[in-house]
Ligand binder design. Structure first.
Ligand code: HXC
Length: 510
């Protein structure tokens, strides 16, 4: 018996060695951890239960019959993050570059099926070169099976991808269909085809970083939601993110112990809005002073910075925050902001996370660049997302809420549950100057007259009370009471039940 146990030990150790010492050293030399080291950091200590450690590929072409490595380039299993079950797979770059074979795909699809059946999040740690070239169509088919499951799981369980090395082909398309993509700066890349292929096809010379590094994907392309400095930071931040997320679309949001009171008044908010209405202020200050312990996990913070999105907690329960940012483009809505906001709102709605919107928006960004770039459709995404959302929606207008952007930002007209405004709010079709100059165009040459018209418009409309008189606002609140009022609104909405008419699925303007 002792011998049998020893054999098992040896077999396990052999599998755990992956692609061998030399390749592991190369992985470390590049500043990357191995697949197993990553899993260990991500999960609670000793909680990982591995599956399919002995699985090997069955390919024979191109000398593959002689090169079989147990595990076949991916480590799969489940464990816990602060006690909650998650499924995890980590590509092992030391084994065939983490590339996906038929057998490797089966390991992943088995895990995807389990995660979906058992309603728990699935996290993929990617460090891989796509389809295993030696396997051809068998590998392609494997990806197809993974993609299909990504889609079926979408909106049922959270799917998270962390890009931790050079990733190409299927190893970027599968992440693209998950809820969030995170990257590690300077060691991870994402591209459909790498720099060599780009050079051959388009004659462009480009580095991996320029083509698909975190610096590109967290800003320009917006493919990635956040970048981290190294593997350790990325994995620890994933633990933080998991704490915010419900396990599935039928699970409640996590409830964490609340350390600070929601009854406290925050007097500094009374002076947040500058006297000059054109002067910016940092909306993040309001967010941090409203949520529990100032703990805010921002999503897409380096892209479309004129809108802020992220997770926080109020009274220990997760909320999604969407807020215009007056310090960037005056908080205007443009195409990028429309897309960013819409995707976040839809994630929250999928997973029953209440949405708090802080509004200070001068409208949609005018200009040919925006119009040619599809502003109408991209802006409509955010409108659509807010309108279809059935989760509790609490809105606070701090200052400007002009035109269509007023309607879009979770207004009462889009089934906002509780809509508050600060006394500094200005809710109107447009700013006073623009409005007066259109209505009184004939008087434009008379400076005094037009100034009086602007003042008149300002007095009548640049306040929250016209909207409040119509019931479009539920109350005009003191800024210092915002945390308390929002927390109480969420308490009241805890059992909200609202259903949209039956449909196969909607047709959001893509
Ligand atoms: C088999 C692969 C592989 C692959 C890498 N390797 N990619 N083996 N299939 N796809 C192996 C290498 O042979 C090498 O083996 C080891 O992994 C490390 O690779 P290197 O090239 O030495 O590493 P590096 O210089 O860091 O480059 C990493 C890389 C590059 C950028 C990922 O390897 C690369 O470009 N690979 C090919 C990417 C690709 O075109 N894949 C197919 C995509 S098509 P040894 O034994 O030397 O250690 C696809 C279709 C899916 O995925 C469908 C999408 C819709």
């Amino acid at each position: 018996m002792h011998e049998i146990l020893e054999k098992l030990d040896k077999r396990r150790a052999n599998a755990r060695a992956g692609g061998g010492q030399k390749r592991t050293e190369a992985q470390h030399a590049r500043g990357k951890l191995t697949a197993r080291e990553r899993i260990e950091l991500l999960l609670d200590a000793n909680s990982f239960e591995e599956f399919d450690i002995y699985v090997e590929h069955r390919a024979t072409e191109f000398g593959m019959a002689e090169t079989r490595i147990p595990g076949d380039g991916v480590v799969t299993g489940w464990g816990t993050v602060n006690g909650r079950v998650v499924y995890v797979f980590a590509k092992d770059f030391t084994v065939f570059g983490g590339s996906l074979s038929e057998a490797h795909a089966r390991k992943i699809t088995k895990l995807q099926d389990m995660a979906l059946k058992n309603r728990a999040p699935i996290i993929g740690l990617f460090d891989a070169g796509g389809a295993r070239i030696q396997e051809g169509v068998d590998a392609l088919g494997g990806y197809g099976e993974v993609f299909q499951r990504n889609v079926l799981s979408s909106g049922v369980i959270p799917q998270i991808s962390v890009i931790m090395g050079p990733c190409a082909g299927g190893d970027v398309y599968s992440p693209a269909m998950t809820d969030f993509i995170f990257m590690v700066r300077d060691t991870s890349y994402m591209f459909v085809t790498g720099p060599d292929v780009v050079k051959t096809v388009t004659n462009e010379t480009v580095t991996a970083e320029e083509l698909g590094g975190a610096s590109v994907h967290t800003t320009k392309s917006s493919i990635a939601d956040k970048g981290f400095d190294n593997d350790v930071e990325a994995l620890l931040q994933m633990r933080r993110l998991i704490d915010f997320l419900p396990s599935s679309n039928t699970a409640d949001v996590p409830q964490l112990p609340q350390l600070d009171s929601a009854e406290e008044m925050v007097d500094s908010l009374d002076t947040l809005i500058p006297t000059n209405p054109n002067q910016p202020y940092d909306m993040k200050e309001l967010i941090l002073k409203t949520v529990d312990e100032g703990d805010f996990f921002e999503i897409q913070e380096a892209h479309a910075r004129n809108i802020i999105t992220g997770f926080a907690r109020i009274k220990g329960r997760t909320v999604g925050i969407v807020a215009n940012q007056p310090t960037v483009l005056a908080g205007v809505l443009d195409s990028d902001a429309g897309r960013k906001g819409a995707r976040f709102v839809r994630f929250c709605d999928c997973f029953n996370i209440p949405i708090i919107s802080f509004v200070d928006v001068p409208g949609f960004l005018p200009g040919t660049a925006q119009e040619y770039g599809g502003l109408i459709k991209h802006g409509a995404k955010l409108l659509f997302a807010y309108a279809e959302a059935t989760v509790p929606k609490v809105t606070v207008i701090t200052r400007k809420a002009y035109g269509g952007a007023y309607v879009v930002m979770a207004s009462k007209h889009l089934r906002g549950d509780i809509n508050y405004a600060w006394p500094t709010a200005e809710i109107a079709v447009m700013g006073s100057k623009g409005a007066a100059e259109i209505i009184y165009r004939a008087e434009l040459s008379d400076k005094d007259k037009i100034a009086a018209r602007i003042k008149d418009y300002e007095d009548r409309f640049a306040n929250p009370f016209v909207a409040a008189e119509r019931g479009f606002l539920d109350d005009v609140i003191m800024p210092h009471s915002t945390r308390r009022r929002v927390a109480r609104a969420l308490d009241m909405l805890r059992a909200k039940k609202l259903e949209n008419p039956w449909k196969k699925h909607d047709n959001i303007p893509l």
